[in-house]
Design a protein. Structure first.
Length: 255
Protein backbone atom coordinates (compact mmCIF):
# COMPACT_ATOMS: atom_id res chain seq x y z
CA UNK A 1 0.00 0.00 0.00
CA UNK A 2 1.23 3.49 -0.89
CA UNK A 3 0.16 7.05 -0.19
CA UNK A 4 -1.62 7.08 -3.56
CA UNK A 5 -3.84 4.12 -2.55
CA UNK A 6 -7.29 4.39 -1.02
CA UNK A 7 -6.53 4.35 2.75
CA UNK A 8 -9.83 2.63 3.51
CA UNK A 9 -8.93 -0.44 1.44
CA UNK A 10 -7.12 -1.83 4.47
CA UNK A 11 -10.31 -1.64 6.55
CA UNK A 12 -12.24 -3.70 3.99
CA UNK A 13 -9.97 -6.64 4.79
CA UNK A 14 -11.75 -7.10 8.13
CA UNK A 15 -14.95 -5.05 7.61
CA UNK A 16 -17.49 -5.07 4.75
CA UNK A 17 -17.46 -1.89 2.59
CA UNK A 18 -21.07 -1.22 3.53
CA UNK A 19 -20.02 -0.84 7.16
CA UNK A 20 -18.08 2.33 6.39
CA UNK A 21 -20.90 3.67 4.23
CA UNK A 22 -23.43 3.11 7.02
CA UNK A 23 -21.01 4.65 9.52
CA UNK A 24 -20.61 7.84 7.46
CA UNK A 25 -24.40 8.18 7.15
CA UNK A 26 -24.79 7.73 10.91
CA UNK A 27 -22.18 10.42 11.62
CA UNK A 28 -23.93 12.85 9.28
CA UNK A 29 -27.21 12.19 11.08
CA UNK A 30 -25.43 12.63 14.42
CA UNK A 31 -24.20 16.09 13.42
CA UNK A 32 -27.67 17.13 12.20
CA UNK A 33 -29.37 15.79 15.32
CA UNK A 34 -26.76 17.27 17.61
CA UNK A 35 -27.02 20.71 16.01
CA UNK A 36 -30.83 20.68 16.22
CA UNK A 37 -30.66 19.58 19.85
CA UNK A 38 -28.15 22.34 20.57
CA UNK A 39 -30.45 24.91 18.93
CA UNK A 40 -33.36 23.67 21.04
CA UNK A 41 -31.49 23.21 24.32
CA UNK A 42 -29.74 26.60 24.24
CA UNK A 43 -32.73 28.28 22.58
CA UNK A 44 -30.38 29.66 19.95
CA UNK A 45 -33.00 29.49 17.20
CA UNK A 46 -35.48 31.40 19.36
CA UNK A 47 -32.80 34.00 20.12
CA UNK A 48 -31.99 34.47 16.42
CA UNK A 49 -35.68 34.92 15.55
CA UNK A 50 -36.25 37.40 18.37
CA UNK A 51 -33.09 39.31 17.56
CA UNK A 52 -34.10 39.57 13.91
CA UNK A 53 -37.58 40.79 14.85
CA UNK A 54 -36.16 43.43 17.20
CA UNK A 55 -33.63 44.66 14.65
CA UNK A 56 -36.30 44.85 11.94
CA UNK A 57 -38.47 47.01 14.21
CA UNK A 58 -35.53 49.26 15.06
CA UNK A 59 -34.24 49.62 11.50
CA UNK A 60 -33.97 53.18 10.22
CA UNK A 61 -33.80 52.19 6.56
CA UNK A 62 -34.95 49.27 4.45
CA UNK A 63 -32.26 47.30 2.66
CA UNK A 64 -32.71 46.32 -0.95
CA UNK A 65 -32.26 42.75 -2.11
CA UNK A 66 -28.99 43.70 -3.80
CA UNK A 67 -27.65 45.14 -0.54
CA UNK A 68 -28.56 41.98 1.36
CA UNK A 69 -26.80 39.86 -1.26
CA UNK A 70 -23.70 42.07 -1.03
CA UNK A 71 -23.67 41.76 2.75
CA UNK A 72 -24.08 37.97 2.55
CA UNK A 73 -21.24 37.75 0.02
CA UNK A 74 -18.99 39.94 2.15
CA UNK A 75 -19.80 37.87 5.24
CA UNK A 76 -18.91 34.65 3.44
CA UNK A 77 -15.68 36.13 2.10
CA UNK A 78 -14.57 37.79 5.34
CA UNK A 79 -15.99 35.87 8.29
CA UNK A 80 -16.33 32.39 6.79
CA UNK A 81 -13.75 31.94 4.04
CA UNK A 82 -10.88 33.79 5.73
CA UNK A 83 -11.91 33.85 9.42
CA UNK A 84 -11.61 37.62 9.41
CA UNK A 85 -13.22 37.88 12.86
CA UNK A 86 -9.89 36.80 14.35
CA UNK A 87 -7.60 39.77 14.89
CA UNK A 88 -4.60 37.56 15.64
CA UNK A 89 -3.05 36.59 12.26
CA UNK A 90 -1.65 33.33 13.66
CA UNK A 91 -5.03 32.34 15.05
CA UNK A 92 -6.62 33.12 11.70
CA UNK A 93 -4.08 31.05 9.75
CA UNK A 94 -4.43 28.07 12.09
CA UNK A 95 -8.22 28.10 11.64
CA UNK A 96 -7.89 28.43 7.87
CA UNK A 97 -5.62 25.38 7.81
CA UNK A 98 -7.97 23.40 10.04
CA UNK A 99 -11.14 24.40 8.21
CA UNK A 100 -10.01 23.82 4.63
CA UNK A 101 -8.02 20.75 5.59
CA UNK A 102 -11.06 19.29 7.38
CA UNK A 103 -13.33 20.01 4.42
CA UNK A 104 -10.83 18.42 2.00
CA UNK A 105 -10.44 15.42 4.29
CA UNK A 106 -14.22 14.96 4.70
CA UNK A 107 -15.05 15.35 1.01
CA UNK A 108 -12.39 12.89 -0.15
CA UNK A 109 -13.40 10.45 2.59
CA UNK A 110 -17.03 10.47 1.45
CA UNK A 111 -16.03 10.13 -2.22
CA UNK A 112 -13.72 7.18 -1.55
CA UNK A 113 -16.10 5.40 0.85
CA UNK A 114 -19.13 5.69 -1.41
CA UNK A 115 -17.58 5.99 -4.87
CA UNK A 116 -14.73 3.49 -4.60
CA UNK A 117 -15.53 0.99 -1.83
CA UNK A 118 -12.92 -1.78 -1.79
CA UNK A 119 -11.70 -0.55 -5.20
CA UNK A 120 -7.92 -0.86 -5.69
CA UNK A 121 -8.22 1.39 -8.73
CA UNK A 122 -9.27 4.50 -6.82
CA UNK A 123 -7.91 7.58 -8.66
CA UNK A 124 -4.60 8.49 -7.01
CA UNK A 125 -5.61 12.13 -6.68
CA UNK A 126 -8.21 11.27 -4.02
CA UNK A 127 -5.82 9.63 -1.51
CA UNK A 128 -3.27 12.39 -2.16
CA UNK A 129 -5.84 15.10 -1.44
CA UNK A 130 -7.03 13.13 1.59
CA UNK A 131 -3.50 13.13 2.99
CA UNK A 132 -3.05 16.82 2.23
CA UNK A 133 -6.25 17.55 4.14
CA UNK A 134 -5.08 15.44 7.08
CA UNK A 135 -1.72 17.23 7.23
CA UNK A 136 -3.40 20.66 7.03
CA UNK A 137 -5.67 19.79 9.96
CA UNK A 138 -2.76 18.47 12.02
CA UNK A 139 -0.56 21.52 11.38
CA UNK A 140 -3.32 24.04 12.08
CA UNK A 141 -4.77 22.03 14.95
CA UNK A 142 -1.59 21.33 16.90
CA UNK A 143 -0.42 24.89 16.28
CA UNK A 144 -3.64 26.14 17.85
CA UNK A 145 -3.65 23.56 20.66
CA UNK A 146 -0.12 24.19 21.93
CA UNK A 147 0.46 27.86 21.12
CA UNK A 148 -2.80 29.76 20.51
CA UNK A 149 -5.42 28.61 23.01
CA UNK A 150 -6.53 31.46 25.27
CA UNK A 151 -6.01 29.61 28.56
CA UNK A 152 -2.47 28.64 27.50
CA UNK A 153 -1.32 31.92 25.95
CA UNK A 154 -3.00 34.46 28.25
CA UNK A 155 -3.59 32.54 31.48
CA UNK A 156 -0.26 30.75 31.53
CA UNK A 157 -1.82 27.33 32.02
CA UNK A 158 -0.08 24.19 30.71
CA UNK A 159 -1.32 22.97 27.31
CA UNK A 160 -2.34 19.63 28.80
CA UNK A 161 -4.92 21.26 31.11
CA UNK A 162 -8.19 20.54 29.34
CA UNK A 163 -11.67 21.97 29.84
CA UNK A 164 -14.96 21.16 28.14
CA UNK A 165 -14.34 23.88 25.56
CA UNK A 166 -11.38 21.80 24.34
CA UNK A 167 -13.56 18.79 23.51
CA UNK A 168 -13.85 19.73 19.83
CA UNK A 169 -10.17 20.41 19.15
CA UNK A 170 -9.01 17.37 21.13
CA UNK A 171 -11.43 14.94 19.48
CA UNK A 172 -10.66 16.46 16.05
CA UNK A 173 -6.91 16.10 16.48
CA UNK A 174 -7.23 12.58 17.91
CA UNK A 175 -9.52 11.51 15.06
CA UNK A 176 -7.30 12.86 12.28
CA UNK A 177 -4.09 11.72 13.98
CA UNK A 178 -5.35 8.15 14.21
CA UNK A 179 -6.55 8.36 10.61
CA UNK A 180 -2.95 9.01 9.57
CA UNK A 181 -1.58 6.37 11.96
CA UNK A 182 -4.08 3.85 10.61
CA UNK A 183 -2.90 4.56 7.08
CA UNK A 184 0.76 4.23 8.13
CA UNK A 185 0.00 0.95 9.88
CA UNK A 186 -1.65 -0.38 6.72
CA UNK A 187 1.31 0.80 4.62
CA UNK A 188 3.65 -1.08 6.97
CA UNK A 189 1.64 -4.25 6.37
CA UNK A 190 0.93 -4.88 10.06
CA UNK A 191 -2.64 -6.24 10.30
CA UNK A 192 -2.79 -6.15 14.12
CA UNK A 193 -1.65 -2.54 14.33
CA UNK A 194 -3.98 -1.63 11.48
CA UNK A 195 -7.01 -3.01 13.31
CA UNK A 196 -6.10 -1.37 16.62
CA UNK A 197 -5.41 1.99 15.02
CA UNK A 198 -8.58 1.82 12.96
CA UNK A 199 -10.58 1.08 16.12
CA UNK A 200 -9.05 4.14 17.81
CA UNK A 201 -9.78 6.18 14.68
CA UNK A 202 -13.46 5.15 14.77
CA UNK A 203 -13.71 5.85 18.50
CA UNK A 204 -12.41 9.42 18.33
CA UNK A 205 -14.26 10.14 15.09
CA UNK A 206 -17.50 9.02 16.74
CA UNK A 207 -16.69 11.20 19.75
CA UNK A 208 -16.11 14.16 17.42
CA UNK A 209 -19.46 13.85 15.67
CA UNK A 210 -21.74 12.77 18.52
CA UNK A 211 -20.45 15.43 20.94
CA UNK A 212 -21.84 18.36 18.91
CA UNK A 213 -24.19 19.59 21.70
CA UNK A 214 -21.27 19.75 24.18
CA UNK A 215 -18.47 20.98 21.93
CA UNK A 216 -17.76 23.93 19.65
CA UNK A 217 -18.64 21.95 16.51
CA UNK A 218 -21.98 23.75 16.12
CA UNK A 219 -20.19 27.11 16.20
CA UNK A 220 -19.21 26.51 12.58
CA UNK A 221 -22.90 26.92 11.72
CA UNK A 222 -23.73 29.69 14.18
CA UNK A 223 -20.88 32.10 13.49
CA UNK A 224 -21.83 32.91 9.87
CA UNK A 225 -25.43 33.57 10.96
CA UNK A 226 -24.33 35.88 13.78
CA UNK A 227 -21.84 37.71 11.55
CA UNK A 228 -24.47 38.17 8.83
CA UNK A 229 -27.06 39.48 11.30
CA UNK A 230 -24.53 41.89 12.79
CA UNK A 231 -23.68 43.27 9.35
CA UNK A 232 -27.38 43.63 8.49
CA UNK A 233 -27.97 45.60 11.69
CA UNK A 234 -25.05 47.90 10.94
CA UNK A 235 -26.37 48.53 7.44
CA UNK A 236 -30.04 49.16 8.31
CA UNK A 237 -29.30 51.29 11.37
CA UNK A 238 -30.78 48.90 13.96
CA UNK A 239 -27.49 48.06 15.68
CA UNK A 240 -27.14 49.19 19.29
CA UNK A 241 -23.36 49.03 19.01
CA UNK A 242 -21.24 52.12 18.29
CA UNK A 243 -20.61 52.72 14.60
CA UNK A 244 -17.27 51.32 13.42
CA UNK A 245 -14.57 53.98 13.08
CA UNK A 246 -12.30 52.14 10.67
CA UNK A 247 -12.14 49.45 8.04
CA UNK A 248 -11.72 46.64 10.55
CA UNK A 249 -13.30 45.45 13.77
CA UNK A 250 -9.88 44.60 15.17
CA UNK A 251 -8.33 47.19 17.46
CA UNK A 252 -5.05 48.74 16.32
CA UNK A 253 -1.90 47.09 17.57
CA UNK A 254 0.95 49.04 19.13
CA UNK A 255 4.58 48.19 18.69
Amino acid sequence: MMITDNPFLAATEFLPPHFLQAYVVLMILAVIAGTLFDLYHKRSAQFFVQQRAQSSAAATRRLSGAEVVRIATRTLAHDVATFGEFCNPSRRRSHVLMFYGFVLYLVTTVVMVFGYPADPHTPAVLPVLWNIGVVMVLIGGYWFFFFLRVNVVHDGQPPWRLVRADLFIVSLLASVSFALLFELGAMAGNPTATRILFGAYLFFTTLLFVSVPWSKFAHMFYKPVVAFQRSIEEADGSSSLPAPTGDTRCPPTHT
